[in-house]
Design a protein around this ligand. Structure first.
Ligand code: HEM
Length: 457
């Protein structure tokens, strides 16, 4: 869609210094506070010099809709995704154009609501086993780092549903730590002003290569085993077995081993930490809202009781779902995204130039006072049907929106509801210590450990 670009104005520019732009101020304030101040000062579209890269930040839902919806052909995942490509290669998260379209078509059935239903028993089983292991390790009144625990459970769940394999505590630590270290290096590279090519053996680059080698070894071995396995009609298919059998609708082609490797790593990357963050921030927010926890508990007791939760139960946990929606609004694990402008455009009257980095800021869109009353308050009832009626479709974006909306959204909402139900059945908790600060890297992480005191029910 072309628009007249000449009549448009230049977007207001955040303060910065020659050469380094706004980076020092952003580092001093932290990105969230920096962007929040710039938004207050300049409005819904503003420009930031990221030290060599000129970025256009977008907060208003209409602007986000243009970037990710109606004019999405102009906003591509090019340079903006090069750091993630180091880990995933070309996969569903990073592909563009026809290659992305055919990959998405191939993977959609595996993530359809009906396919996810088949994973519910496995998810519930792993959640209960995790709690059984806690009973061994954690005495009544003991303290755990809840983020570490949630990372462990979500890694087990993604491994079981992807490969049908249990990692166990040791393997989950090995692959978990290889993954965590590769991920943290990817996000350090994303934040670094100067990036040395991976071929230069700096200590960080060497650690990154070692972590990727460990992951590759495990993933290729799993793919080889899955290719050699005879189909067993009694077993629940895994995401990997669905991808192994899938054929492109036009060409009939199947995925190669390397394409499968990229998809497996993509699904690990996109599906593991994000869901853990939903749970961790849930613990943090809920610890200040016992009245919300009481309503969740009442619903879980009424719908599920002491049983293992089923897919039918999850569909009945309406209040738990509202709470999850509200956690994802105030602590969106993916707090922003980025695209490269392939050509000029106009966003809400402001010019975008070819080559700009364009970044929808979901974290601030979720706080836009035109669409959210009392936006800083934690209030799950804002997602009750009568209060949601008429809300701008693009004002709530934890999973993004448009054709590239998260393919795993039903997966993670189901997993989150099952985990909350299992936890509420068995424990009560309180936060030990002060508020938990946010550390916005690629995802919105907690700064440091998140100590939670557990009491058995
Ligand atoms: C609470 C949990 C999750 C959140 C908040 C989340 C958020 C997002 C967001 C915002 C995007 C859009 C990125 C962009 O285009 O810029 C995305 C894409 C994606 N997510 Fe998720 N996600 C979650 C869980 C999952 C899970 C469980 C999986 C898989 C098992 C997954 C797989 C993917 C994939 C493959 C994409 C790329 C889709 C495409 O471009 O076609 N995500 N996710």
């Amino acid at each position: 869609m072309m628009q007249e670009t000449t009549a448009a104005r230049a977007a207001p520019k955040a303060m910065g210094l020659p050469g380094v732009g706004s980076i020092p101020l952003m580092m001093a304030l932290g990105p969230l506070e920096f962007y929040r101040r710039m938004w207050r000062q300049h409005g819904d579209v503003f420009r930031v010099d990221l030290g060599g890269r000129s970025a256009v930040l977008v907060v208003h839902p209409d602007g986000v809709e243009r970037v990710l919806g109606s004019n999405r052909e102009n906003y591509v995942k090019a340079e903006a995704y090069d750091n993630i490509r180091l880990l995933t290669g070309e996969g569903l998260l990073t592909l563009e154009g026809d290659a992305w379209r055919s990959r998405r078509r191939l993977e959609n059935p595996a993530f359809h609501r009906d396919s996810i239903r088949r994973f519910v028993d496995e998810m519930a089983k792993i959640s209960r086993e995790a709690l059984a292991a806690w009973r061994w390790r954690i005495p009544n009144g003991g303290v755990v780092d809840i983020h570490h625990e949630m990372m462990r459970v979500t890694l087990e769940i993604v491994a079981a549903t992807l490969f049908g394999q249990r990692l166990g505590e040791d393997a989950s630590d090995e692959s978990g730590s290889a993954f965590a270290s590769a991920l943290s290096l990817v996000s350090e590279r994303g934040n670094a002003v100067i990036q040395l090519p991976l071929s230069i053996p700096t200590p960080n680059n060497r650690r990154f290569s070692r972590a990727v080698e460990t992951l590759d070894r495990q993933v290729y071995s799993v793919i080889r085993t899955a290719r050699g396995a005879t189909p067993d009609s009694d077993r629940v298919p895994t995401l990997l077995s669905m991808l192994l059998g899938a054929r492109d609708a036009d060409t009939g082609k199947q995925l190669t081993d390397q394409e499968l490797r990229n998809e497996v790593i993509t699904l690990f990357l996109a599906g593991h930490e994000t869901t853990a963050l939903l749970m961790t921030w849930g613990f943090v927010l809920l610890s200040k809202h016992p009245e919300v926890v009481a309503k969740m508990r009442e619903e879980v007791d009424r719908v599920v009781g002491d049983r293992v939760p089923t897919a039918e139960d999850v569909a009945q946990l309406h209040y738990v779902r509202r709470v999850i929606d509200e956690i994802l609004r105030v602590r969106s694990p993916v707090w922003c995204t980025a695209r490269d402008a392939a050509g000029p455009d106009v966003l809400q009257g402001f010019r975008v130039e070819k080559g700009d980095l364009v970044m929808p800021l979901f974290y601030l869109t979720h706080r836009h006072p035109e669409f959210w009353k009392n936006p800083e308050a934690f209030d799950p009832d804002r997602f009750a049907p009568e209060q949601s009626k008429g809300r701008h479709h693009w004002s709530y974006l934890p999973f993004s929106m448009g054709p590239r909306i998260c393919i795993g959204n039903v997966f993670s909402l189901t997993e989150g509801a099952l985990l909350f139900a299992t936890l509420l059945q068995q424990i009560e908790w309180s936060m030990d210590g002060d508020d938990v600060a946010m550390d916005p890297s690629i995802t919105l992480r907690p700064k440091g450990e998140v100590p939670v005191r557990v009491r058995w029910r």
